[in-house]
Design a protein around this ligand. Structure first.
Ligand code: ACO
Length: 323
């Protein structure tokens, strides 16, 4: 027997305002053709003025609780992955806690685009250690607020949104046939801190700052590090790539996603893709994609799901989940 965390349900939320590549052509020197060819992105959702990360997170969490069929009062832990908190402190998760009426404790974690995989791992560890019984794991971002809308190399890439899952502890058999999280693998390498960062912060400039990125270097690291971390996940569970039913990757760039799918010899119909309509929503991208494929019926009970993500830090990781 082994203590496991299974996913009882998921929910997501996207702001109403859709910004297309054509809209961006009016703001910066770019083209729909360039953006689609280099990234696969066609449009993204942008939060309305006054719409905050906590608003997106609460909307996604309410839907996740509904889908899971559980009361907010039964949740004793919230782990919210975000790079764009409402305020520098307190944790945005505490605002979500108050809005939902959950018990126990609530914290934010910061691993940029790898945030959701990190948050899943943290909540899973709380559950397996007996410190929580039922957790809400949320990825929520108003990433548009960190963008320099005059910098065409970054502003075309990102979007806003939120996704959430309800994790619940149970006793599994301890095999890869168990439902829920089979494993998570996390890595970071601060030697690459300057490849992708925000040029501000409370302790440095006192300002929020804007995203700066060395895109080609990130691209190279993404392909090699994500390939390694998905292999690590499969090896740790004694599984072959052919056992994977769905790749639910972080949605930064379709070319990176295609590269990982090719390495795993997964056909494109086994890959959940939302980057075309969401852009890169950082910590929200995996739960947004997961929810889409669960709610449209592609992901079914018993399916094996491989998640992977990389972001600033560099921070990266994978999660293997049986639905
Ligand atoms: N429109 C038109 N031209 C552009 C644009 C744009 N939006 N942006 C850049 N260009 C130009 C550049 O100026 C350059 O022009 P030049 O050759 O005259 O100098 C040319 O296009 C090529 O630029 P590159 O940067 O070499 O383009 P590349 O093919 O590398 O694509 C991209 C850039 C899409 C950013 C890619 O490198 C990438 O996806 N990198 C990975 C990003 C990523 O995965 N991030 C994940 C983590 S995000 C996080 O953690 C927050």
């Amino acid at each position: 027997m082994a203590k496991r965390s299974r996913i009882l349900g998921c929910g997501s939320y996207l702001p109403a305002n859709v910004v297309t590549n054509r809209d961006l052509e009016q703001r910066v020197d770019t083209s729909d053709e360039w953006i689609v060819q280099r990234t696969g992105i066609k449009s993204r959702h942008i939060a309305a003025e006054g719409e905050m990360t906590s608003d997106l997170a609460v909307a996604a969490a309410v839907r996740a609780l509904e889908h899971a069929g559980v009361d907010a009062g039964s949740i004793d832990c919230i782990v919210l992955a975000t790079t764009t908190p409402d305020n520098t402190f307190p944790a945005t998760a505490t605002k979500v806690q108050a809005a939902l009426g959950t018990k126990g404790f609530a914290l934010d974690i910061q691993a940029v685009c790898a945030g959701f995989v990190y948050a899943l791992s943290i909540a899973d560890n709380f559950i397996r250690a007996g410190q929580a019984t039922r957790a809400l794991v949320i990825g929520a971002e108003t990433f548009s607020r960190l963008l320099d809308w005059n910098d065409r190399t970054t502003c075309v890439l990102f979007g806003d949104g939120a996704g959430a899952v309800v994790l619940d502890g149970y006793e599994g058999a301890g095999t890869s046939n168990d439902r829920g999280l089979l494993s998570t693998h996390l890595h970071s390498d601060g030697a690459h801190y300057d490849l992708l960062y925000v040029d501000g912060g409370p302790s440095s400039t006192g300002m929020t700052g804007h995203v700066r990125m060395h895109g080609q270097d990130i691209f190279r690291h993404a392909v090699s590090k994500l390939s390694a971390v998905v292999e690590e996940a499969l090896t740790a569970n004694g599984l072959e790539p052919s056992a994977v039913d769905w790749l639910v990757p972080h949605q930064a760039n379709q070319r990176i996603i295609d590269g990982i799918a090719r390495k795993l010899k997964l056909s494109s119909d086994k890959v959940v893709l939302t980057v075309d309509r969401h852009g890169n929503t950082s910590a929200a991208s995996i739960p947004l994609a997961l929810c889409e494929a669960v709610h449209d019926g592609r992901i079914k009970r018993g399916d094996l799901i491989l998640m992977e993500a990389i972001g600033g830090g560099l921070s990266w990781g994978s999660a293997l989940v049986r639905w």
